[in-house]
Every structure is written in C-alpha cells, then in structure tokens.
Design a protein around this ligand. Structure first.
Ligand SMILES: CC(C)(COP(=O)(O)OP(=O)(O)OC[C@H]1O[C@@H](n2cnc3c(N)ncnc32)[C@H](O)[C@@H]1OP(=O)(O)O)[C@@H](O)C(=O)NCCC(=O)NCCS
Length: 195
C-alpha cells in the first residue's frame, strides 16, 4: 500500500513512531487563536488606518469578485509550506462572499484589490481561510490591516473566537497574526513516508 504525506499535531503520540520508522518531517505549521474579548480594538483600528492611503479597507461585495480572482491568480504560487497549508486557487463560487464566507479587502481607486482575507464563519467562531497581498504591495502593513478589519467587523457582530494558521516557513504571516493578538496554540507536522 502506498502512503502519501500525513499531517499530525506535533504532540501526537504517533509522530515518534513514524519518525522511528523512517518517516521524515517535510513541513511544519501552526494554528493560533484570538479570543474576541481580549482583542485590542484600538490597536486594530490603528492598523487599519495605517493602510487607508492604499485604498478602501472594507468588506468585499459581489462586484469585487473579478478583481479578487485576478489577485488570486497572480499569487497562486506564493504560499509556502506543504499540504497542510496549501491554498486552493479560488473559483468564482468560492470567491463569492456569503453570510458564512466573508471577505475583506483593500481596494484601490480603480477597483484593483491590493490585499484580501477570507474568513469562514460558523456560529460564534471565525476561521481565516487565507490572506494574500499583491506582490508589489507586500511588507507595507496591508496584510496585517486587512486581517485587522476582518477581526473588528466580526467581533462587532458577536463572533467570540477567531482562528487562523499558517506555515512555519511564512514569518510574515506569523508576525502579522502576532501583531493582531493571535496566540499560537497548536503546532502541526507533515510527515512523508520513507522513500
Ligand atoms: C503573508 C502576507 C499576507 C503578509 O502580508 P504583508 O502585507 O506582506 O505583511 P505586513 O506588511 O502586514 O507585515 C506583517 C509582519 O510581517 C513582517 N514581514 C513582512 N514581510 C516579511 C518577510 N518577508 N519576512 C519576515 N517578516 C516579514 C513585517 O515586519 C510585519 O511584522 P511586525 O508587525 O512585527 O512589524 C503576504 O506576504 C502574502 O501575501 N504572502 C503570500 C500568500 C501567503 O503566504 N499568505 C499567508 C498564508 S494564508
């Protein structure tokens, strides 16, 4: 029987056995949580204001979907890590905002999307699907700002727990989430079988 990679929590008892059997860690990832009542709202608002020179920092509408798809297509190869943090390119259907699949963006003057974050909302829990910033706009606070506005909106609506995650090979993602107040509470490993 052939085995593909296996994703397990780093503290799962099976990890040691697989390593002893010749499996290798090929990727590491993490998950983090922000409890709404601990969110520092003024700090988040400041982070949003810091990006406002780039455009409107707001929830997307159906009319933004074409521009979101353009950003997604241009950045499809930019996600570090392995199977655990893989980003499936958006389809028109998955890009369409709904009551449970929400998205916020930084939208420039001609409608171009500089940054976007998608959050799947289930009751009082919101889990980030992905966040991406246009290559030419990275490192200027836009990724942090677009996530900040999503947290502010969801907390305002009564969401109590926000979750996110990412690859250990993505220091910008970890730094952005730490700045927002997320705390890492799970670490994961992806193991590949012996050759
Ligand atoms: C991850 C990503 C969304 C971050 O957005 P960004 O706008 O570039 O990030 P910001 O400018 O808001 O910076 C966030 C933090 O990361 C740090 N940072 C930015 N680029 C960095 C880099 N290349 N290496 C290390 N740290 C970096 C910043 O200093 C900042 O940290 P600080 O708050 O402690 O100062 C963006 O790099 C991206 O689109 N990457 C490709 C897609 C992806 O990997 N998405 C995340 C997984 S869903």
């Amino acid at each position: 029987m052939s085995h593909g990679p296996v994703v397990l929590r780093a503290d799962d008892a099976r990890v040691a056995g697989l390593l002893a059997g010749g499996w290798r860690v090929v990727a590491e990832s993490w998950a983090a949580e922000l409890i709404a009542e601990r969110a520092e709202l003024e700090r988040l608002e400041r982070l949003v204001r810091g990006a406002s020179a780039w455009g409107e920092v707001r929830e997307i509408a159906a009319s933004d979907v074409v521009a979101v798809l353009a950003l997604d297509a241009a950045t499809a190869g930019d996600y570090p890590g392995g199977v655990a943090t893989r980003h499936e390119p958006l389809t028109r259907e998955r890009a369409r905002p709904t009551a449970t699949r929400r998205a916020w963006a930084i939208v420039g003057g001609t409608g171009e999307v500089h940054a976007v974050t998608y959050v799947d909302v289930n009751g009082t829990c919101g889990e980030t699907d992905f966040t991406v910033v246009a290559r030419a706009r990275r490192g200027r606070g836009l990724g942090t700002a677009v996530k900040a506005v999503s947290v502010l909106a969801l907390v305002d609506e009564g969401v109590e727990v926000l979750r996110t995650g990412g690859s250990a090979e993505n220091p910008a993602s970890l730094a952005a989430n730490t700045r927002l107040g997320y705390r890492v509470d799970e670490r994961w490993v992806t193991l590949a079988p012996p050759a």
